[in-house]
Design a protein around this ligand. Structure first.
Ligand code: SF4
Ligand code: SF4
Length: 436
């Protein structure tokens, strides 16, 4: 019997490339009626998905058709912002039969999958549930491009990303997995600020990285000076955040009034989570329950709060505190707020508020200059169990060869070599390959 699409996708190591890292084979093993392509790419300044749509539209739709075949879906919808004219023009020739196009407004966070499912289908994912629970499967653009390649036996050895912000030449590249952020920065002409640091994943939901390798979930880097307000905020220790939260929150509730999950009718009220800093034990847990359904979009922290306080961080801490306990969120309203549409945050206003307007420039796809001399491949680049090495130090490996594997029954995917070379180190976290 020929392998199923889910098997081919598992063998190729395809995971959610939009940042989630969930093994795609597991998603393709479900039954739904609608497959959505998440091409919203709502993190400010990032362009790699729009560029993939423009340059790889056929592969994207091939991947979508395969996902529909695997899940039994009768409808496939490419969901993309209406402002992405070039990408839409590239996709339009493939829009026919069960393949549709949905144009999204330019607001944040259009790409949150719960928001996306509601915008496109009118279906509300149950609190704490998944799009699957309302018959939808959501996959990122690059994930579906990789599904199409997997059907041809091509494993995931590269990553598309954008590097932008304070760099000489903002660009999108397809790079070998495991290359360092430093090399990506050099390819973009280097930083244009004295003390540039990279925020991996984007300004809203990313984290500062110093010299981390590119993984299967890296979406891009926004380079900013260490003195930029966003960087200073990201580097602020949690205990300082808590101290500020305790002293300065006046319970104005702006954070809640603009929260996209609250506006959809879920029991997410970050101003209440902020109250938990004044309590301990059961009382803190009761206030923390209002943060359990937070999607960590960052709007409350970075846009809504007039006091520059960290309600998102408090929600993240609330979820961490609840992990392993039978904590449940309060009952949700079950229907969207009547002012939801009026309270959407336009991306242009967000970019202004974040202090990113000077960096709001296109980042077109360019060929990556040269091959790296070495790569470092972490064993954990996905949700689930980490892969275990199946090579030894000194082994020669070829691009696409499995170098770390996950047991067949476990949630996870294998890791493949991204360059030809020799394995020069195997550490607890991953392995290094150097070109000879
Ligand atoms: S965290 Fe900020 S926005 Fe939220 S209630 Fe407190 S002061 Fe208001
Ligand atoms: S990060 Fe803030 S705005 Fe976003 S979902 Fe969580 S509580 Fe709501």
């Amino acid at each position: 019997m020929p392998p199923s699409i889910a098997d081919l996708v598992r063998n190729a190591g395809v995971v959610g490339a939009g940042g989630a890292g969930f093994p795609t084979w597991a998603k393709l093993s479900s039954r739904v009626d609608t497959c959505l392509v998440n091409a919203a790419e709502c993190e400010p300044l990032l362009y790699k998905d729009k560029e993939l749509c423009r340059l790889e539209a056929k592969r994207l739709v091939d991947g979508l058709r395969l996902a529909m075949e695997a899940t039994g879906a009768t409808r496939g919808i490419v969901c993309i912002k209406e402002k992405a004219h070039d990408a839409i023009r590239a996709i339009e020739p493939f829009v026919m039969g069960p393949i549709h196009l949905h144009r999204l407004g330019d607001f944040y966070p259009a790409g949150d999958e719960v928001v996306l499912v509601f915008e496109v289908t009118g279906r509300l994912v149950p609190p704490g549930g998944l799009p699957l629970h309302v018959g939808c499967l959501v996959n990122n653009v690059e994930t579906l491009v990789n599904v199409s390649r997997a059907a041809e036996g091509i494993p995931v050895t590269t990553k598309a990303l954008t590097i932008t912000g304070a760099v000489a030449e903002p660009a999108s590249f397809v790079v070998p997995l495991g290359i360092s952020v430093r090399e990506v920065l050099e390819a973009a002409g280097g930083a244009t600020v004295p003390d540039g640091v990279a925020i991996e994943g984007g300004a809203m939901m990313g984290r500062v990285v110093l010299d981390a390798p590119v993984t299967r979930t890296t979406g891009g880097y926004v380079v900013l000076d260490r003195s930029h307000a966003l960087v200073r905020r990201l580097l602020r220790p949690d205990e300082v955040h808590v101290r500020i939260a305790r002293s300065a929150c006046d319970q104005c509730a702006f954070c809640t009034e603009l929260c996209p999950r609250y506006l959809l009718g879920y029991a997410v009220e970050p101003h209440k989570v902020m109250r938990s800093v004044g309590f301990a034990g059961e009382k803190a847990a009761a206030w923390n329950a209002w943060g359990l359904l937070c999607c960590e979009c960052g709007l409350c922290d970075l846009f809504a709060c007039p006091e520059d306080l960290p309600p998102r961080r408090m929600c993240v801490a609330a979820k961490a505190a609840a992990a392993g306990h039978a904590a449940t969120p309060p009952p949700s309203r079950g229907q969207p707020h009547p002012l939801r549409e009026a309270r959407r945050v336009p991306t242009a206003r967000l970019v202004e508020r974040l202090g990113l307007a000077p960096y709001d420039r296109p980042a077109p796809m360019r060929p990556f200059p040269g091959l790296p001399s070495r790569v470092f491949l972490p064993f954990q680049q996905h949700v689930g169990v980490p892969a275990a090495p199946v090579v030894r130090v000194g082994d020669r490996v070829r691009v696409g060869q499995v170098v770390a594997a996950v047991d067949r029954g476990a949630l996870g995917v294998d890791i493949h070599a991204s360059i030809d070379g020799r394995v020069t180190a195997i550490e607890a976290g991953g392995l290094r390959i150097e070109r000879e």
